[in-house]
Write a protein that binds this ligand. Structure first.
Ligand code: AAO
Length: 475
């Protein structure tokens, strides 16, 4: 059983008309997703209609929708106390309305499913929607017997990621660890996921999947409709026994190696090209890989490149979106200087419904709390149409000159990027038809790139990315 993104209803490609730098028509969809971190449901619904639908994005990854502990930090979302859809991000009705409105413009919703654990609170409390709870007791849902008691470490917390039993039966940062091998627990989780599916979601990110035995994830997924999209979060660790490959039976997995290989090129200052004739080492197969530049955890941790890197961050996104490996997800969050700081809230304590219809169209000096709106940046959003235009065309070996790099998707499109501090000129041998193409990363076709006699010549300012494709010929 494979539940990959491309296999779902999300990917529905339609022919693009040959028009000068045209935007995507309503029926054209890509496999590109966007993680709208901590964006409320009403704002996501607006976003689908104003920016995502028109650009051709295929799906949105939301933050977790269930009731959680109260608190100002973003990560309260990851401490469920019930499966009521009532949180700082919105109500059940708002969630359902978002799914419908996004669906109407062809954008699927992937919900972040926190099913490995419940809260990490040692003292009893009351959740956002009023549910009373204790660390190992959630009335009407779970009782102490439904949780693991690993007994392997002093406080039952995971200490050693090289010990499979600890990783899968002890507590991740004190989060009460559900015994997902128990039929009752599985049935409760399946009921929650089916409830979300009844509202029309396309599928789920399985949060902390590494901490759930792969056989348990598969058993839960087996109870869901066959077309449910599954994306498991299994961070590829060094020398760890639990591997992303174990989870491929349930669907796709996030491939962290991809982000690391991409990011390091901007730290080292030199581009490296993967061996395109072979499978990429330390990567799951392309059709089951979800790839990203960074996500909400890595931008607060290991990521070598984030929104703070401006043009270089756009470049990394361009290289990912132009690649023929994996299903990409663009990350779009908010600026922060404190790792724990939540998104801006309203007077009533819910998250402010701020979208990106009028948001930043490129790198800026963001103030804490500002949404970065990466998915609408001029140098990123048009790459969605690029991806549709190049389809399945393979990536060909590129050319590198000093700090610049360009490659082609055979006969259909090409990208070029320059991470140097001065202008660069690159000539790329190409099988694209001779023509003058719009550089789609510059609005209004204000810059063109000519392919003449099988050669594309790119002139790139410092920090510039450029992209051309066969559906955007200059008039
Ligand atoms: C908060 C507080 C805690 C408190 C807890 C309970 O911060 O102090 O104890 O509440 O009250 C989020 C936040 C947490 C927050 C939690 C609950 O990040 O700060 O805790 O909500 O509110 C591991 C997991 C992975 C997980 C990641 C954060 O395997 O699944 O930790 N990610 C997801 C979510 C995340 C969320 C949770 C899970 C929980 O995306 O947002 O937490 O629902 C190695 C291992 C990884 C491990 C990391 C971190 O990674 O391989 O599996 O991830 O360490 O411990 C290199 C290495 C790589 C290493 C990585 C570390 O790349 O190669 O192996 O560095 O960055």
């Amino acid at each position: 059983m494979k539940r990959t993104v491309a296999a779902g209803a999300i990917l529905a490609l339609a022919a693009l008309s040959l028009a000068a730098c045209s935007s995507t028509d309503e029926t054209t969809r890509s496999d590109v997703g966007v993680q709208l971190f901590q964006m409320p449901w009403t704002a996501i619904a607006d976003e689908c209609e104003s920016t995502l639908g028109p650009a051709g994005y295929g799906w949105v990854l939301t933050s977790p929708p269930q009731e959680s502990i109260t608190g100002d930090e973003w990560w309260v979302s990851y401490q469920p106390v019930s499966y009521q859809l009532d949180s700082r991000l919105g109500t059940r009705d708002e969630f359902a309305d978002m799914v419908k409105r996004c669906d109407a413009v062809g954008v699927g919703i992937i919900a972040d499913a926190v099913i490995n654990h419940m809260s990490g609170q040692s003292a009893p409390g009351t959740g956002f929607a009023g549910s009373a709870y204790e660390h190992h007791s959630y009335p009407g849902l779970y009782e102490p017997a439904d949780f693991h008691d690993c007994g392997l470490t002093g406080d039952n917390d995971i200490r050693n990621y090289r010990d499979r039993a600890q990783v899968q039966t002890c507590e991740l940062v004190n989060l009460a660890d559900l015994d997902t091998s128990a039929p009752r627990v599985r049935a409760t989780i399946v009921a929650y996921l089916n409830d979300l599916l009844s509202l029309g979601v396309a599928g789920f990110r399985i949060d902390a999947a590494k901490h759930i035995a792969a056989t348990d994830v598969e058993a839960i997924v087996a109870e869901l409709p066959a077309n449910t999209t599954i994306m498991s979060e299994v961070i590829r660790g060094s020398g760890e026994p639990v591997l992303p490959e174990e989870y491929l039976g349930a669907g796709s997995v996030f491939e962290f190696t991809y982000a690391r290989d991409l990011g390091i090129q901007f730290v080292s200052g030199s581009f490296t090209e993967p061996d395109l004739s072979n499978e990429r080492p330390q990567h799951v197969p392309s059709d089951q890989a979800i790839v990203f530049v960074d996500n909400h955890d890595t931008e607060r941790g290991e990521a070598q490149i984030t929104y703070r890197d401006g043009d270089a961050y756009a470049m990394a996104n361009v290289l990912m979106l132009a690649d023929d490996y994996g299903t990409p997800v663009v990350y779009s969050g908010y600026a922060f200087s404190d790792r724990d700081a939540g998104a801006k809230t309203t007077a009533s304590g819910t998250i402010e419904p701020v979208g990106c219809a009028e948001g930043a169209h490129g790198p800026q000096d963001f103030a804490d709390g500002d949404r970065t709106c990466i998915h609408v940046w001029d140098a990123i959003a048009p790459m969605v149409a690029f991806r549709i235009a190049v389809g399945e065309a393979p990536r060909l070996p590129g050319v590198m000159v000093d700090d610049a790099y360009a490659f082609e998707r055979e006969g259909r499109g090409a990208v070029a990027v320059n991470q140097g501090e001065s202008e660069a000129t690159l000539t790329l041998p190409t099988t694209m038809p001779d023509a003058t193409y719009c550089d789609v990363l510059v609005p209004e076709c204000a810059v063109t790139v000519t392919v003449d006699n099988g050669t594309a010549t790119f002139t790139l300012a410092a920090g510039q990315s450029s992209a051309i494709h066969v559906e955007a010929v200059a008039r």
